[in-house]
Design a protein around this ligand. Structure first.
Ligand SMILES: Cc1ncc(COP(=O)(O)O)c(C=O)c1O
Length: 382
């Protein structure tokens, strides 16, 4: 077996249908969508049709979808603008958000006189909803809650209904980083009190460098970068037409095939957990990631009976066998820094061991899992 790609939470393989569609668009629809001539109008029509399709999937108005370069830009734009333009003075978040959120909050704290509160988490990384309500209740200034739907490292799922209800009750804005859930779960925003969410196409078999922000009406977000008046003045710069079409095509396919694809990926995750537990003594799972009712079907975070000092070597040896997985978020894989998510939830004792994230897609097979288990067994028993 040459290669097994189990790092789908970092990025996914683009679908052939999406590449074909993008190629056709890039070749034939090169007009600038802001131009008023027919070339421009044809690009504009394609963009607006994509916006409508995406909005329909989320059950929102097309005017509430703003195209951006991806999840990082969308998180930055929303959080910074909420403080700068919407008068938010108090942000409530968690210590295990993606760095696109945590580092933005750190910077906001340096730039503005704001308060940031972090909700308590249990030992599995689940948000303490009672603590969230206590913080909300005692908040005296305009407040925004930023909590991710699905944690990209441990897969825990936030109770969006509960959090959106609490935000409504306490008159707080609600932003959710949904990068790991859009394209993997159906989200009906008409029944959720959510003000902002973000998505990134490369997480659901679409192209890299494109995503979108959902910005609920009446939240006049202003741009992060200045220039033209594209995207209702929210995001300057010529729209990446082929990327936008590729993203909406990828989302259409993911949503249309969701039932069968979810069933396949769930089977892969379940089998991997079963085999790990059966074949490797001392394996543990981080967060709620081994529980399919509490975590996403797309990933599992495994703690091996191997010293953490050997993390880099362990990953390298797997790589040599053609197996791609990761220590945590791809953004920090190149560095020696250990996962801020695991550092915040594991005990010192648990954190002495190698933890790896394995994340799955429709392209994975049971045969690949058998190969990975054989290689893991060999490495650990050496
Ligand atoms: C939860 C989460 N938020 C944000 C991002 C950043 O998205 P992008 O790669 O589109 O900037 C990622 C990607 O790793 C993610 O997993």
């Amino acid at each position: 077996m040459n290669s097994v790609y189990l790092d789908n939470a970092a990025t996914t393989q683009i679908r052939d249908e999406v590449v074909d569609e993008m190629f056709q668009i890039a070749k034939n629809h090169y007009g600038n969508p802001s131009s008023t001539h027919s070339f421009g109008r044809s690009s504009r029509t394609l963009i607006e049709s994509s916006r409508k399709q995406i909005a329909d999937h989320l059950n929102v108005s097309p005017s509430e979808i703003i195209f951006m370069s991806g999840g990082t830009e969308a998180d930055n734009c929303i959080l910074r603008s909420a403080v700068r333009d919407l008068g938010v003075k108090h942000l409530i978040s968690s210590k295990i958000e993606h760095h696109a959120v945590t580092h933005t909050l750190d910077q906001l704290e340096l730039d503005y006189p704001i308060e940031i509160s972090y909700v308590k988490l249990d030992s599995l990384g689940n948000v303490d909803y009672a603590d969230l309500e206590l913080i909300l209740k005692s908040s005296t200034s305009k407040t925004l809650v930023s909590l991710m739907h699905i944690n990209n490292e441990i897969g825990n799922i936030l109770d969006m209904n509960l959090v959106s209800g609490l935000c409504k009750k306490h008159n707080a804005l609600f932003h959710s980083d949904t990068v790991q859930s859009v394209g993997h779960y159906k989200l009906d925003l008409s029944s959720l009190n959510i003000d902002f969410l973000v998505a990134s196409a490369h997480k659901f078999h679409g192209p890299k460098g494109i995503g979108f922000a959902y910005i609920k009406k009446n939240n006049p977000i202003k741009p992060l970068i200045f220039g033209g008046s594209q995207e209702k003045g929210c995001r300057a710069g010529t729209e990446s037409v082929h990327n936008i079409i590729g993203m909406s095509e990828a989302l259409n396919i993911s949503i249309n095939r969701m039932e069968s694809e979810v069933a396949h990926i769930k089977k892969i995750k379940t089998y991997f957990i079963e085999q790990l537990t059966k074949c490797i003594k001392g394996v543990e799972f981080n967060g709620s990631s081994s529980d399919l009712t509490l975590s996403t079907y797309t990933l599992v975070n495994v703690r091996f009976p191997v010293s953490k000092d050997e993390s880099a070597l362990f990953l390298f040896q797997l790589d040599m066998k053609g197996i791609a997985c990761s220590k945590g978020s791809a953004c920090q894989s190149g560095s020696d820094a250990s996962s801020h998510v695991l550092n915040n939830i594991l005990t010192d004792e648990q954190n002495k061991f190698v933890s790896l994230r394995f994340s799955f897609s429709i392209y994975n097979t049971v045969k690949e899992i058998d190969y990975v288990i054989t290689q893991l067994k060999e490495l650990i028993n050496r």
